[in-house]
Design a protein around this ligand. Structure first.
Ligand code: NAI
Length: 245
């Protein structure tokens, strides 16, 4: 159990990639703080699975990560419940796709607020604890859309590219205190977020060198690797079947 005695916060962990990450880190012995937006039952179910299957402590916290004050309060609560925090996974994300010529201001703002500012908020409120402990690892879930751009996703791609800049700046800023920050850039992963792509998925899959969509567990493996990779910081690890190479 590589992560026994460590605590990980995973945002947006009630389903999809976040849930897979929470379970993967739990399987390695970490205690898990599941941060969720709305679905309390689903978040509690992930906690139950972490506790029953892997014997770790797990608790859920409702929080809109885009809200600076809520993020601060949530980190405070998690520290009260678990003591120190060692890992942070900024996974919470939303899409509001549309062509840029018609995109509403609210759709642009919401995607940036959740995907980019949400990650900043969580890092901002965990950073001091990491610095004092001289230990900590952050993984931000970006996207190949942030590397390549994607028609119909100006807001989403901007937020995910922004996360890469955030990752590298935080990595540089915190490195001297032994705190690392990396990003994972998934390609097409089968989750609720990509559910609506199902009809077009055969055509899409053909454009992926490995010929198929990924699974949430593929992303979770990459997060677990980066959490343990002591000499890796500021990296962006693609988990995309080769689509963005
Ligand atoms: P999902 O929609 O299943 O999960 C997103 C999670 O974020 C949900 O649990 C949702 O409740 C939570 N969330 C949304 N807004 C929130 C807020 N304001 N505060 C707290 N939590 C909030 O999507 P999926 O596919 O699991 O995506 C997870 C991450 O991976 C996202 O950041 C997404 O952009 C990224 N990603 C997903 C890809 C895919 O193909 N599924 C590809 C590349 C990146």
């Amino acid at each position: 159990m590589l992560m026994q005695g460590k605590t990980a916060i995973v945002t947006g962990a009630s389903r999809g990639i976040g849930a897979a990450v929470a379970k993967k880190l739990a399987s390695m012995g970490a205690s898990i703080a599941v941060v969720y937006a709305n679905n309390r039952d689903a978040a509690e179910e992930i906690c139950r699975q972490c506790a029953e299957e892997y014997g770790v402590r797990a608790a859920s916290y409702a929080c809109d990560v885009s809200d600076f004050a809520q993020a601060a309060e949530t980190v405070k609560l998690i520290r009260r419940d678990f003591g120190n925090i060692h890992m942070l996974v900024n996974n919470a994300g939303v899409t509001r796709d549309g062509l840029v010529a018609a995109m509403g201001e609210a759709d642009f703002d919401r995607v940036l607020d959740v995907n980019l500012k949400g990650a900043f908020n969580m890092i901002r409120h965990c950073a001091r604890a990491f610095l004092v402990a001289r230990e900590g690892a952050i993984v931000n879930i970006s996207s190949v859309s942030g590397l390549m751009g994607n028609a119909g996703q100006a807001n989403y791609s901007a937020s995910k590219a922004g996360l890469i800049g955030l990752t590298k700046s935080v990595a540089r800023e915190l490195a001297s205190r032994g705190v690392r920050c990396n990003a994972v850039a998934p390609g097409f992963i089968r989750t609720d977020m990509t559910g609506e792509l199902n009809e077009a998925s055969n055509r899409l899959a053909q454009s992926i060198p490995l010929g198929r969509f990924g699974a949430p567990e593929d992303v979770a493996e990459a997060v677990a690797y980066l959490m343990g990779a002591d000499y890796v910081t500021g990296e962006v690890l693609r988990v995309d079947g080769g689509i963005a190479m």
